[in-house]
Design a protein around this ligand. Sequence first.
Ligand SMILES: Nc1ncnc2c1ncn2[C@@H]1O[C@H](COP(=O)(O)OP(=O)(O)OP(=O)(O)O)[C@@H](O)[C@H]1O
Length: 241
Amino acid sequence: MIVEVKNLVAGYGQRVLIRNLSFSVPAPAFVAIIGHNGAGKTTLFKAFQQKVPYQGNVMVQGQNIKAITKPAAEGIVTYLPQKNTVTFPIKVHDLVVMGLFRKKRFFENYGAEDYKLAASIVEQLQLSHLLENDFTTLSGGEQQLVWLAQLMLQDANVCMLDEPTQQLDVYYKNQVFQLLQGWVQLQGKTVLCITHDLHNLLSVQGYLLNLSKPAPSLEPITPETVQQNQEFLEAGRQPVL
Ligand SMILES: Nc1ncnc2c1ncn2[C@@H]1O[C@H](COP(=O)(O)OP(=O)(O)OP(=O)(O)O)[C@@H](O)[C@H]1O
């Protein structure tokens, strides 16, 4: 099993957001985590990172995540947050190359080969013209793509992405979903991706997990399930108990 969530209960104080959630991903797959604002999507990712107390079990590649001290450092999971900020000037290629941090010893510099690898990833995202630019001067969408490039270099088996297409135009939204599809099909990665862009999922093979439903489960992405989930979400939210 790549990912197995068993009887997960998580929330903040008295407020339970995730109630008895169980699902498993047996083989590399793309899973779109959907649901209303506040449904607990980011909270689910926090559970994977031990950043919120929870009951139940979260297993990644057969290991209970509680037993792994630094899942990101060990290359088991990686996480792209919804908002990632940089407040100092840094060139795009210097930021992307940092995705190789796991392969470096403390204070070891990045070399020409590392930068070549970073540049090849940036090229895949059609951003080569920005390599020398200061990251802080890029548009929100361009910045988001640069973070994705850095994440690709991290090369973890399970990637958790929190609304990676949020700031992107329609062209890049589709490009990113195709890219993530490639991570699964060509590189055997498992991608858990929080998104509100349901219509862009129609060209993606994978699953939906709608955390707004009373008993969320993995549903294959098909035109019918996308439509049904869209209508479900449009119909309104369940009262928070
Ligand atoms: N540290 C915290 N303490 C208390 N409540 C919190 C905390 N973090 C989040 N919440 C609340 O938990 C609820 C779920 O938050 P979460 O970020 O998981 O939602 P989400 O499904 O990712 O929403 P969105 O689509 O808006 O990003 C929200 O109402 C939020 O205000």
